[in-house]
Design a protein around this ligand. Structure first.
Ligand code: ZN
Length: 259
């Protein structure tokens, strides 16, 4: 099944009941995208900034994500050794849908999305300015934005929401896909450990609004895995800073234990 932008936007509208404009990085004006960056959810008024690029697809205010297809093609290539029996197109599909599920998680958890009929502010070049600021600060990798706490912004609640979104995307498209999440890059266990620990929760809670998933206790195995990972990360630090210790405490108490 060949995926088009329309399929992604339609699935997002169905799952989130939101317009999520999806732009390809190579469509952006020069200087607005940093070579090598994979994807980004534009947290402030990205839809307005790129209103012209969205063109006739515009149906009112919404969220906006940008994805670099060039980077995803390279990632899909890199998986060839790990998945020798999976064809190029299917590998690319998994990488693209996993990335889209990740960015939709940012939309759900971190993004303030304006009402559809909210006024459209004039476009800005804030994305270009942000990339300039990151370059000045010497930040080479967006995952490094977590700073001294590698999983900052991508904690277990984030991962859990991504797994639920991935399940709903697969349902919407009528095709399952293997969710990839680079948890090892942020000092956590491989993502499939988390997916196994979640068990059938995405199917069981498929009618629960995504913003209410946190109100439900996760499976004990999921909570246990996350707490284990956070403690292990902290114990391996030579001399943890106060911020790192606070992050560890916040991490192990992320899911209250209900007895
Ligand atoms: Zn992210």
């Amino acid at each position: 099944m060949r995926l088009r932008r329309h399929d992604l936007e339609r699935a997002a509208a169905e799952i989130l009941d939101l317009q999520v404009y999806t732009l390809w990085a190579n469509e952006l004006p020069p200087g607005h995208w940093r070579r090598g960056d994979t994807a980004m959810c534009l947290r402030c008024a990205g839809d307005a900034d790129y209103r012209e690029l969205i063109g006739p697809r515009w149906t009112g205010r919404g969220a906006c994500v940008v994805i670099s297809l060039d980077v995803l093609r390279a990632e899909a290539e890199a998986f060839q050794a790990a998945w020798p029996r999976v064809g190029t197109r299917e590998r690319f599909r998994c990488v693209l849908l996993s990335t889209f599920a990740h960015e939709l998680t940012h939309v759900v958890r971190d993004c303030i999305v304006p009402r559809r009929d909210a006024p459209v502010p004039p476009p800005t070049d804030r994305l270009r300015r942000m990339h300039e600021a990151l370059a000045d600060a010497g930040v080479a990798d967006s995952l490094a934005l977590g700073g001294s706490v590698p999983f900052r912004g991508h904690d277990a609640q984030f991962l859990r929401t991504t797994a639920h979104i991935a399940y709903r995307i697969a349902e919407s498209l009528g095709h399952p896909f293997h969710l990839l999440f680079y948890t090892e890059a942020i000092s956590l266990s491989p993502s499939w450990h988390y997916l196994v620990a979640l068990d059938d929760e995405p199917a069981r809670l498929r009618h629960v609004p995504l913003t209410e998933i946190d109100d439900h206790d996760p499976p004990e195995a999921f909570r246990h895995l996350w707490c284990h990972d956070v403690r292990r990360w902290w114990r391996r630090l030579d001399s943890p800073t106060d911020a790192q210790t606070q992050a560890m405490i916040r991490g192990v108490t992320l899911f209250p234990v209900t007895l």
